[in-house]
Design a binder for this molecule. Sequence first.
Ligand SMILES: [Zn+2]
Length: 233
Amino acid sequence: MKDLPQGHENHFVHRIGWLRAAVLGANDGIVSTASLIVGVAAASPDWSSIIIAGVAGLIAGAMSMAAGEYISVSSQSDTERADLETERQALEESPETELKELTQIYMARGVDSKLSRQVAAQLMEHDALAAHARDELGISHTVVSRPIQAALTSAATFSVGAILPLAAVAIAPVSYAIPVVFVTSLVSLTLLGAISAYVGGAGIIRAAVRVTVWGTLAMALTAGIGAWFGTVV
Ligand SMILES: [Zn+2]
């Protein structure tokens, strides 16, 4: 927390959700498509096989990202809805117990007992469910889960990432496919890491290095496996 700017605050946490999804999508798109292309190119240096593998990887990856994100976001919102329903019933059936519960939450955070009860009572008078949702369950109303939007965002950002190595290999001579994809992907990954760190207010160099190391590992591994298969088969 020590690096947060003082006074005029930039609320980075509010951007983390969509930023994380977008960066993850693009990152996955670059790494998985580039690795696939490099693997196929190392096994059989044939332009149309490489392009077909890359396009198939783009479509498969985008679909899998969309499905995964849809499932994870909707199950999260189901859980939240169920929790809120339980809380709503509890507030209806035993408001006094709920008032005590909220009071204890504020006391545990360091507010004295009298003031805690006062705060709990006033917040519950204003909007009991919102107060419990926020301070007991950690669900804030500003964070609304949108599964379809999350799915489309992931698929779109994955595709944008995947197009970079695919476009590079499509215009490069076949004999240079591997180095061209390698360099294009590493440059894109480094830029992506730097941009996301900048937007998210984190250390730029560290983020760029992290992303680059993983990208290099993935491509080196598939290139190795592809070359091995190419000589064996
Ligand atoms: Zn409660």
